[in-house]
Design a protein around this ligand. Structure first.
Ligand code: ZN
Length: 479
């Protein structure tokens, strides 16, 4: 990733220095840069989510902004362990930030997850993220893993999946490869293990077993090296060509490419400029609930705007295509929900352009509207937006659906605050929000509102989308 970033920055510099005749066509600003990101799309860090459905714990409380994505699975013990850890982590950082003073902005805790199935037998979950606060010199890296046996539903320690006595071999290798002093070794050294079809990963968090300056360290054992270590595998013996592992047969939970790509956005709906109109906007998807939301729109009519996270698109390409094909609007909500006002130019450019490239790659359409996570914007963010040719869109009504997680409350908030010209904020990551939409969408249509996309709404208000400009202020509390 780092290499790609350097490369992309070089591309930015070349563009900015004017070494090339960088006259860009009006319809696709920053086109050369976008091409570079498209070329490197395979290297974007995308989570692997082979198991569980995504749930979230998002809050803005006191001095802390937290966004944690975690899996909900069919294994109860795993769900319990993960949600306990999420709550413990949130309370820890709430307490940590409670005492800090003179911060111009809240601290930010961002955690996401990967989930892998190994040989149809084991599930491995890796929660990873960062905590960033003004008072700290470096961000804190966070890694925590959970493992379970799919059949028995029991949590697993590394020792449970290794051939007897082999834990020592693994330990020795980790100590040697990571450079841990033997006096620092304790029983928890191998606690953060993550097993994929490619191999076994053991993570030592920054400062845990190594000096802070060494950062977070990961020791990786490729599948080949696990032969004779992992249960169910045998060491290669000369002469017999025995099959040693079924690792390659990990089932792929591929959800993409199953929906026929029919274009049905030759919309017959005519927007009447004299009738009230509103824009329903959905952040933090695409999720497991987005398809149902699209069904509701299909049933009752109207269009929405979906501000998607770039790193959630993989595995849900067909959902993204469906959003686009049904004539809804797709917006950019960053790659992994980082707060824009805390990023330097390079990281902010990555957040916007990686997502833009991913959307273009999947839907064939370039997307120039961006909703900053938490609605956070400042002059620097606006300046970079201008360079990249994107406009920022916040909202006028916040339904606090992420906080209430209650369909009735989401419905009530909507009905209480809706008026002509409103841009309403929801999150299609939550089942309860989509539950609420079953009632909200037909009700708004009954009340005579035209449900239009953000761009349609602004256009009918006589506003043209300008690069680097923020449309709509955020209301007080949100994510
Ligand atoms: Zn968001």
């Amino acid at each position: 990733m780092k290499k790609i970033l350097c490369f992309l920055m070089a591309a930015v510099l070349i563009l900015c220095c004017g070494c090339t005749n960088s006259e860009q066509p009006d319809n696709r600003p920053a086109e050369d840069l976008l091409e570079e990101y498209l070329k490197n799309i395979e290297s974007f860090e995308t989570p692997v989510r082979e198991y569980g459905k995504t749930a979230s714990r998002i809050l803005l409380e006191g001095n802390l902004m937290a966004g944690i994505l975690y899996p909900e699975t069919e294994i109860e013990a795993l769900n319990e362990a993960v949600s306990q850890w999420v709550e413990k982590t949130v309370s820890y950082y709430l307490e940590e930030t409670d005492t800090i003073k003179n911060q111009s902005e809240p601290a930010e805790l961002t955690v996401a997850y990967d989930s892998c199935v190994y040989s149809s037998k084991y599930v491995s979950i890796k929660m990873s993220g960062t905590y960033i606060a003004e008072y700290m010199a470096h961000p804190v890296d966070i890694t925590k893993t959970f493992n379970a046996d799919i059949e028995t539903g029991k949590l697993l320690s590394l020792n449970d999946i290794l051939i007897e006595g082999k834990i020592k071999t693994v330990e020795k290798t980790v100590i040697k490869k990571a450079g841990v002093k033997s006096s620092d070794v304790d029983k928890k050294l191998l606690d953060n293990w993550f097993l994929t079809k490619d191999g076994l990963e053991i993570t030592l968090n920054r400062g845990e077993y190594l000096p802070m300056s060494s950062g977070t360290k990961t020791v990786f054992f490729p599948t080949d090296e696990l032969k004779g270590i992992l249960k169910g595998t045998r060491e290669e013996t000369s002469g017999t060509q025995e099959e040693t592992t079924k690792a390659e047969e990990t089932p792929q939970t591929s959800q993409s490419e199953t929906v026929p790509e029919k274009e049905d956005n030759n919309d017959k709906t005519v927007i009447s400029p004299n009738k009230p109109m509103i824009a329903l906007t959905f952040d933090d998807g695409p999720s497991a609930h987005t398809e149902r939301l699209l069904d509701i729109f299909e049933k009752y009519g109207g269009k929405g705007t979906f501000f998607v996270l770039g790193n959630l698109i993989k595995g849900r390409e067909s959902t993204l295509k469906r959003i686009s094909n049904q004539g809804h609007e797709i917006g950019n909500h960053s790659w992994n929900h980082r707060q824009f006002t805390k990023l330097d130019e390079k990281d902010l450019t990555d957040q916007i352009m990686m997502t833009r490239a991913k959307i273009l790659d999947v839907t064939g359409k370039d997307c120039l509207i961006v909703r900053p996570p938490y609605g956070a914007c400042n002059d620097d963010v606006r300046a970079i937006g201008k360079e990249l040719g994107v406009s920022y869109i916040n909202w006028s009504v916040d339904t606090l659906d992420w906080k209430s997680k209650n369909a009735k409350a989401v419905y009530n908030e909507t009905m209480k605050n809706v008026k002509d010209g409103a841009i309403i904020l929801y999150h299609d990551l939550h089942k309860t929000t989509v539950d609420a939409m079953e009632k909200i969408i037909p009700e708004l249509i009954n009340q005579g509102y035209q449900l239009v996309t953000v761009t349609q709404l602004l256009t009918y208000q006589g506003q043209s989308l300008e690069a680097g400009k923020m449309y709509y202020k955020q209301s007080k509390s949100t994510k």
